[in-house]
Design a protein around this ligand. Structure first.
Ligand code: GLN
Length: 534
């Protein structure tokens, strides 16, 4: 076994406390000390991956370079650590059971009764250790989804208990809880934290560190009281108070020496405190940005802040690099009509037409695009957004009034967007789209080429439909150019209308590939076009 250290992050009291952000912040701090770190997420639900989950259930579906449809926390891990994650970084109960059942069918268990303990727990443990050993990481941080006390989380916590026992000081458990403020009493309450730690202890796990999420500053008396009641050292109890941006969290945890406590507890050299210079510069820029940039996104999950997480984060990163504060507004595409489009889009410096699936809200996207194109507002269409740009152009510029994507109307006489050949006969919905990173060859002189500064790029995908090359010539003659193409399959990846200020659509999802330290070039180009114009 490589000498990998394993850190587990569990959560208690309530969900949505930001375990992913705490895991990512600790990862960032350890990485800044020169360690090779990755972060893994276990999700306790039975879906094999979140690819089949509706955004109402699960927010955005993130996609890794190797084509895994993943939990959106992996996006945070990549944005904080500037690393790429893979299929091995996100594992669900469904995947664990699928693997165990496949082994059982093959006869691998040699006639034994297959049980949650040890077979499911062994499979979970194998998935934790394999990530560290195969890649020789110094640290694997594993976030256990859900809340302690959930029935579904039990096998994961039992695996953590066993791993703690097997790995000794090579492992560590951080428990994140909530300290509510009771306004009527004017008091912060630690009892839920105490109960949550007891619950964890009843499952055989003594946390080494506690992070208390709070809206109000916790004084040392409260922190020490929690330490005493929960058998945790005083300096290993810290707070995570609400901050203006998640990117402040690493600094807040560094100020409480989170990384030093972890290293000391794991008998690792501590060394000098890292300066985190580029990170701090980024935050300074954010703080000093006074001018606003308004981006309106048109999509069918406008009311769900998590549905377009990566797009929102990418936009906010590039706004900051342009010394602007992002004002992001998501507009429900279904609500957009010819009559109200001008009013709904008023004040937008730029427009994003969102990715998505299915018919709902599609006409509102076409209306948006017509308005944006005829008023020359910088517009970025992503995946379905790019396909809508193509359909709108076919209808209103090429004069193919009934043009459509066959996803929306299979009988359209002008299938300008059509199902990919390889997708036609698929019956299984899970993990069957064109997924993950593929090559794209950019045309010299195009907006995309100028943005990336190179001809051959890779970006991630998640789609079943494609630009129909039979119409390519007709589009290009009429001013919509195909400036990015996959060199192997000839699939169109980027379209642009050079006559306009910035009117670009991508079949790929550049938002999955934008981090604080390396913001995505195409998003940067979009923001440059907007801010230069201002
Ligand atoms: N529904 C479209 C397709 O499958 C676009 C998918 C997307 O926007 N991710 O091709």
């Amino acid at each position: 076994m490589a000498d990998t250290k394993y850190i587990f992050v569990t959560g208690g009291v309530v969900s949505s406390l930001g375990k992913g952000i705490i895991a990512a912040s600790l990862g960032k701090l350890l990485q800044a000390r020169g360690y090779n770190v990755t972060i893994q997420k276990f999700d306790p639900y039975i879906n094999v991956d979140p690819g089949t989950l509706n955004p109402y259930e699960h927010g955005e579906c993130y996609v890794t370079v190797d084509g895994h449809e993943a939990d959106l926390d992996l996006g945070h891990y990549e944005r904080f650590l500037n690393i790429q994650t893979t299929k091995e970084n996100n594992i669900t109960t469904g995947r664990i059971y699928q693997s165990v059942i496949n082994k059982e069918r093959k006869g691998d268990y040699l006639g034994k009764t297959v049980q949650v303990v040890p077979h499911i727990t062994d499979e979970i443990k194998r998935n934790v250790k394999q990530l560290g050993v195969k890649n020789k990481f110094d640290f694997v941080i594993t976030e256990i989804g859900g809340t302690v006390g959930d029935i579904e989380s039990l096998p994961f916590l039992e695996s953590v208990r066993q791993l703690r026992w097997e790995l000794g000081s090579k492992s560590l458990v951080i428990h994140l809880t909530f300290v509510p403020y009771i306004a009527a009493a004017g008091e912060l309450k630690t009892k839920p934290t105490q109960h949550s730690v007891k619950e964890l202890q009843s499952q055989g796990i003594q946390p080494d560190m506690l992070v208390l999420r709070t809206e109000k500053e916790l004084n040392s008396e409260i922190l020490n009281k929690v330490a005493l009641f929960c058998n945790v050292e005083q300096d290993a109890v810290m707070q995570s108070i609400d901050v203006p941006t998640i990117y402040e969290v690493p600094l807040m945890m560094q100020a409480q020496s989170m990384d030093e406590v972890v290293l000391r507890k794991m008998n690792m050299p501590i060394g000098n405190k890292p300066q985190l210079k580029p990170w701090i510069q980024f935050l300074d820029k954010r703080r000093n940005a006074t001018e606003k940039v308004v981006i309106k996104l048109v999509g069918k999950y406008a009311e769900l802040p998590d549905a377009y997480k990566s797009i929102n984060e990418s936009l906010s990163q590039v706004a900051i690099y342009h010394d602007r504060e992002l004002e992001f507004e998501a507009i429900q595409s279904e609500d957009i009509t010819d009559e109200n489009v001008a009013q709904l889009l008023a004040g937008a410096d730029g427009i994003v037409v969102a990715p998505g699936f299915g018919q709902r809200g599609i006409e509102g996207k076409f209306t948006t695009i017509t308005y944006a194109r005829t008023h020359d507002i910088p517009t970025f269409g992503i995946c379905l957004g790019m396909q809508c740009m193509v359909v709108e152009y076919a209808r209103n510029v090429l004069g193919l009034k009934e043009a459509n994507s066959t996803e929306m109307n299979s009988k359209t006489p002008h299938k300008v967007i059509d199902i990919m050949e390889g997708q036609k006969h698929l019956t299984n919905m899970g993990a069957s789209m064109r997924l993950g990173a593929y090559d794209c060859l950019l045309k010299k002189g195009s907006i995309a080429y100028n943005a990336y500064g190179e001809e051959l790029i890779q970006e991630r995908h998640r789609h079943r439909f494609e630009f129909n090359n039979e119409y390519k010539e007709q589009f290009e003659k009429n001013g919509m150019l195909c400036t990015g193409v996959n060199p192997d399959s000839d699939l169109v990846e980027v379209i642009e209308v050079p006559e306009l200020k910035w009117f670009v659509g991508t079949q790929f999802h550049p938002e999955y590939n934008s981090t604080v330290i390396s913001p995505n070039p195409l998003f940067m180009s979009f923001m440059s076009a907007i801010t230069n114009q201002k």
